[in-house]
Design a protein around this ligand. Structure first.
Ligand SMILES: Nc1ncnc2c1ncn2[C@@H]1O[C@H](COP(=O)(O)OP(=O)(O)OP(=O)(O)O)[C@@H](O)[C@H]1O
Ligand SMILES: [Mg+2]
Length: 260
């Protein structure tokens, strides 16, 4: 079979007290795809993401990344292996410039290893130069050159989102999880964000797994789209099929309204 699953979720369940947030869920994300995950509030989407990213350990079931069982593997280890999720720029980083925010992403930076500092200073200098160059490349790629020396805290909401996306480019990410990254971003910057996700996918080979409530954005970016409701996967396919399926619209919107 030609399908190459970079993420393979098998029969995963997670309950909080008496509430089953994710119920025997199975789904796969194909390498090189931009896969969407939609569903009503409380469907279990973020809980599923948290399990894939290692933030929550499932009660049962398994999660495979790149063919290996990573169930229960902590986030920092998954991060090192190229499975990333975006995070809001933390408060303490808002006093650093956009460029510096990229340069501090924990990557494979030899400068942080003490032995290298003592024994191989020249190597460290070169590595720092490399990190700076990479950060400048990312800034260029995202067309943030005009704000690269601006404090991150002064960036607009949308520019911050672009910077968050940029942080994933500082390590050699294979898969990036985006949980409502477009929320609160204006239309123009939303188009920039979408265009950058597409470029990272097409030009750099990133796989994206995207939770969004904005159906236009999902329709533009994602194929396939996976639909969750009440902790279960209820459908999967191209957005046109999802939009055309009255049962899904009913489950998603709670009433048969027009798809956005
Ligand atoms: N840490 C937690 N403790 C208790 N209940 C939780 C916890 N996290 C999530 N839940 C519950 O699990 C269910 C699924 O939540 P989840 O955040 O995964 O939904 P979601 O699909 O991401 O929704 P939304 O679209 O609103 O973000 C909800 O009923 C939620 O209240
Ligand atoms: Mg959520």
């Amino acid at each position: 079979m030609s399908f190459d699953a970079v993420i393979d979720v098998k029969d995963v369940t997670k309950s909080f007290g008496g509430l089953t947030a994710v119920n025997k869920c199975s789904l796969r994300v194909e390498r090189g795809s931009i896969t969407g995950l939609i569903g009503p509030n409380g469907a279990g989407k973020s809980t599923l993401f948290n399990m894939v990213a290692g933030n929550i350990v499932p009660d049962s079931g398994s999660i495979y990344f790149d063919g290996e069982d990573v169930t229960g593997v902590p986030p920092y280890k998954l991060f090192a292996r190229g499975l990333l999720r975006t995070f809001q720029i933390a408060h303490e980083f808002s006093h650093m410039t956009a460029l510096e925010n990229l340069m501090v992403v924990p990557g494979d930076q030899p400068g942080e290893r003490l032995a290298n500092i003592w024994f191989r200073p020249d190597f460290v200098r070169k590595a720092e130069h490399h990190v700076r160059q990479k950060a400048l490349d990312v800034i260029d790629f995202l067309k943030l050159g005009h704000v690269k020396n601006e404090l991150a805290g002064n960036l607009s909401g949308g520019q911050k989102k672009l910077l968050e996306l940029g942080r994933t480019m500082m390590v050699d990410a294979k898969v990036v999880l985006l949980d409502e990254v477009a929320a609160g971003v204006n239309r123009t910057l939303l188009q920039d964000l979408a265009a950058n996700i597409e470029r990272m996918n097409e030009e750099l080979g990133y796989t994206f797994f995207v939770i969004e409530h904005d159906m236009d954005l999902i329709g533009r970016l994602c194929d396939p789209v996976i639909v969750m409701a009440q902790g279960e996967v209820i459908a999967q396919g191209p957005m046109e099929e999802i939009r055309a399926n009255p049962e899904i619209i009913e489950a998603y919107f709670g009433s048969p309204v027009e798809a956005a």
